[in-house]
Design a protein around this ligand. Structure first.
Ligand code: GLN
Length: 608
């Protein structure tokens, strides 16, 4: 199946293509050659999963998006204190190319504007400008997870026209912010801006920041974690130049843009996002890049200050219908089918507040299991709530799976608005909505029925004569006849209550010949928990044979039911004359109890 995140990005891509505002950067002549219609959107998770739409492998120059990474390298090479003496961390509110220093300190205001970035570039480790350059290229490549090339044409174009940046570099020299040759530092800066990337590279670079400095695919550390924290801080406050405040307010992710049209956004511990679209707004930020991030942040609830959870912790446990079958005791045919196939029913036990990243993870785990799955049961018992965006993803997944013949049902969300609300809103439209069950047992039984139907569609309703039932089988013909004489046949219609928990026992024992009943125990507040469903060949009320006085459970007919019944009093009278009847019944009963006990043990083991 296609992951709904990918579908989402494709839809977003289609919508953003309609936006035609903005214009290409032209102060670096070579940048005017970009195709204004190019649009790529890419997302990378902390375990290295990539989702993309559009032109995710179109190459362009990184430009200012190099700044946070080179700042990180300078911190790593020269230490926080020294770098702090040369470059501030205050948002400037100025344009990226402003020719200004902080009058109070005589240093550039922050490493995200050109003045700060050129100073930062001059601070990277290396005895010569060439060594410094290889260090810079190495860091950028480590973040991307591949050796990045340089676009020589863009480099030469900027180097031969970048008079304003030249002025900034000389200003830095004049105020002793740069120690060595300012022109050598400037050339390295031009070169670092001309490093060639595609949208997916940038998404990996963002994801590596999100992942505390370790590349999610190569596993290589590109930067020590405490420097990553510093880099993300300046990206949050200064990354979008004089748009930084509005950006943080609205979109809420540390970010960085470049004049070639790239934008990265980082959701710490969760996601790296990158967009490529060359037309820029008046502040030098990609128009469609900003809009993409705005929508992704809104639709996926990614604002750094909104409620979120650890994605992989959303899934507590996965187990199957073979580990924990329904407590119904199926007839022989169904039992055989289920024995072979029940592992195709999968329970996913979820927890916490489900935001979009948790949903992404769960959906990916489900997608990996589709080949061996007929139904998924999402057990929501430990889920506190679910965001609308996560609910939409799950709903879309449900529809996708349905197309592949796989059911996705929910269990234990009854009366819980924080879950049922978003799920219902997500399912609006012409689709019939999601299926939810009061408990896992009802859910798995539904899945078992569905599985049985798909495996043998025309299964006749099961009929078992009482003489072949679990309780009465094994009696010789003559004894059968005697027992038969004390039995009577009774019919119950669907929905009828046959026994009520707490009632004084009248000593009746019931053997089901056809139909199905549910055995329920009362819970507080009038609700019932179903503990078993019984079909043809099974019995209930048989505890009376062991002397039980009071009915311990309620029994309700699920379908029209036909039973053979006898009373304990009649039975004892019969047994006095033919003790063998009692021996066979008690043997059957103890074998059956042992089976039930085994089943219960299996359930408990699956839940542990
Ligand atoms: N190389 C560009 C410059 O210094 C980078 C600017 C940017 O991407 N905002 O002008």
């Amino acid at each position: 199946m296609q992951h709904p995140i990918k579908t989402y990005l494709e839809t977003l891509h289609g919508e953003l293509q309609k936006i035609s505002d903005g214009k290409l950067a032209d102060y670096i002549p070579e940048l005017t050659k970009a195709c204004p219609d190019s649009l790529g959107i890419c997302m990378v998770t902390m375990d290295g999963e990539v989702y993309g739409a559009g032109d995710t492998d179109t190459l362009f120059t990184i430009q200012s998006i190099s700044k946070p990474f080179v700042f990180g390298a300078a911190l790593a090479d020269r230490g926080d204190d020294l770098v702090g003496q040369r470059v501030g961390v205050e948002p400037s509110g100025d344009a990226f190319n402003s020719i200004s220093l902080n009058p109070a300190t005589g240093t550039p205001r922050n490493p995200m504007i050109n003045a700060g970035a050129i100073a930062t570039t001059s601070l990277v480790a290396g005895a010569t400008a060439a060594e410094q350059w290889s260090r810079i290229l190495q860091v950028l490549s480590d973040f991307a997870g591949r050796a990045l090339p340089v676009d020589e044409a863009v480099y030469l174009s900027e180097s031969s026209t970048g008079f304003r940046n030249r002025a900034i570099a000389w200003m830095l020299k004049n105020f002793n912010v740069i120690d060595g040759d300012p022109m050598a530092a400037l050339e390295n800066y031009f070169r670092q801006c001309s490093v060639q990337v595609h949208c997916q590279d940038l998404a990996f670079m963002a994801a590596t920041l999100a992942n505390g400095g370790v590349h999610p695919q190569t596993g290589q550390r590109a930067l020590p974690a405490d420097h990553v924290q510093r880099v993300l801080s300046v990206m949050a406050t200064c990354g979008m130049y004089d748009y930084a405040g509005s950006w943080l307010y609205e979109i809420g992710m540390p970010a960085k843009s470049g004049v070639a049209g790239g934008v990265i956004a980082v959701l710490q511990g969760r996601l790296g996002v990158a967009v490529y679209s060359p037309p820029l707004d008046s502040k030098g930020n990609s128009v469609r890049g900003i809009e993409a991030c705005r929508r992704i942040s809104r639709d996926f609830n990614l604002h750094a200050f909104s409620q979120n959870s650890q994605p992989s912790q959303a899934l507590v446990r996965v187990y199957s219908g073979a580990d924990a079958p329904s407590r119904r005791r199926p007839g022989a045919h169904l039992r055989r089918l289920l024995m072979e196939e029940a592992s195709r029913i999968k329970y996913l036990c979820l927890q916490g507040y489900l935001a979009v990243d948790g949903a992404e993870y769960i959906i990916r785990r489900m997608a990996a299991m589709t080949v061996t799955t007929h139904s998924f049961i999402l057990d929501m018992h430990q889920v506190e709530g679910i965001s609308d965006s996560a609910a939409r993803l799950l709903n879309q997944t449900r529809l996708e799976l349905m197309r592949e013949g796989i059911a996705l049902v929910f269990s234990r969300i009854q009366g819980r608005q924080s879950i049922a609300g978003p799920l219902s809103r997500a399912a609006r439209g012409n689709d019939r909505g999601y299926l939810s069950f009061e408990d896992n047992d009802l859910a798995v039984e539904w899945c078992e029925n569905r599985l049985a139907e798909s495996l043998s569609p025309a299964m006749p309703p099961e009929e078992t004569p009482a003489t072949e039932s679990v309780l009465l089988r094994g009696l010789e013909a003559e004894l059968q006849q005697r027992l038969n004489a004390i039995c009577q046949t009774r019919h119950y219609s669907a929905g009828e209550q046959i026994l009520r928990a707490g009632d004084a026992g009248d000593g009746r024992v019931f053997v089901i010949e056809s139909g199905q009943v549910s055995v329920l125990v009362p819970l507080q507040g009038g609700a019932h928990q179903r503990i078993a469903s019984l079909g043809a060949g099974l019995s209930f009320g048989e505890m009376a044979l062991l002397g039980a006085q009071q009915r311990s459970a309620t029994v309700v007919a699920d379908t029209d039911v036909r039973c053979r019944e006898f009373t304990v009093t009649d039975f004892e009278a019969l047994a006095a004359a033919s003790p063998r009847i009692k021996i066979v019944l008690l043997e059957n009963l103890s074998r059956d109890l042992a089976d039930k006990l085994r089943g219960a043990t299996q359930w408990i083991a699956a839940l542990a």
